[in-house]
Design a protein around this ligand. Sequence first.
Ligand SMILES: [Ca+2]
Ligand SMILES: [Ca+2]
Length: 239
Amino acid sequence: MVLSSQRKAGYDSFASKPYTGKSIHRWGAYMKQIKQLVIGLVLAAAAVGVQASAKFSITGASNAKPSTFEQGAFGIAGLDLASLGMSLSDLKLGGTLSVKGGRDDVSYQFLGSEASYNNFFVRGANVFKNATSQVGSSFTNLNVTGALDFAFLSQGNAAQKAVNGGINAGRIGTILSGDKRSVLITFNDFAADKDFDDMAILASFVPAPVPEPVSYVMLMAGMLTMGFIARRRMGANIR
Ligand SMILES: [Ca+2]
Ligand SMILES: [Ca+2]
C-alpha cells in the first residue's frame, strides 16, 4: 500500500511496487529473450534446409564422346563407379559444373589416376598431384554456390590446363550421382589417348550435422535452467 503522503515525499513508486509485480516485469523480459532464441533456432533450421537443397548441376556439357574415346580403358585401380551410384555411360564432357539451389560445403577427394603424366588438380591453395597425393585424401571448400572454380594441369604445366567452364573444358568429364549430391570429376590429360581416367576427383556435399531431437530438448532445457538462475539472481539483487 502506497500512501499519498509517500508520493508527495518523492517516494519511488516503481521500487515500492509489490514483489509480484516486479516478478511479472522480469518474467516478461525473460520470455522476450526466449522468443528471440526460438526465432533464432527456427532460422538456423531454415538455413540447414537451404544447405540440404543444394545440388550439383552440369550445363553446356556434351554427351558426345571423342571418336577415339576409350570407354573400356577407364581403369583407375580401386575405383568402383557402381559403389558411388554412378555409371560410365553417364559421363559428360566439358560444360560447367556448378552448385545450384543453395549454398553448401563441397568436399573434394582424390580417388586415383591412370596416367603416366604428372597431373595436378587445383582449387584455390589446395592441390592434388596424381604422382604423390594419397588416394582418399581430401579438402573442403566452404559455403559454395555457382560455378566451381577448379582446374587441372597436364604435366603440372600451367600452359596445358583445363578449367571448369573455361579453356579446354572438353578435357574434363563429369558423372553425376542420382541424387545430384555428389559428382565424379575426371580428367583427360594432354597425352595422345582419349581416356578420361588420368585423374579422378569426387566432389560431394559435406552432410550438415543435424542435431538429434533429444539434443534440441536438452538445449532448450539448458537455456531454461540458465534463464531461471539468471532470474533468481536478478531477484536476489532487488532484495
Ligand atoms: Ca587420357
Ligand atoms: Ca589414362
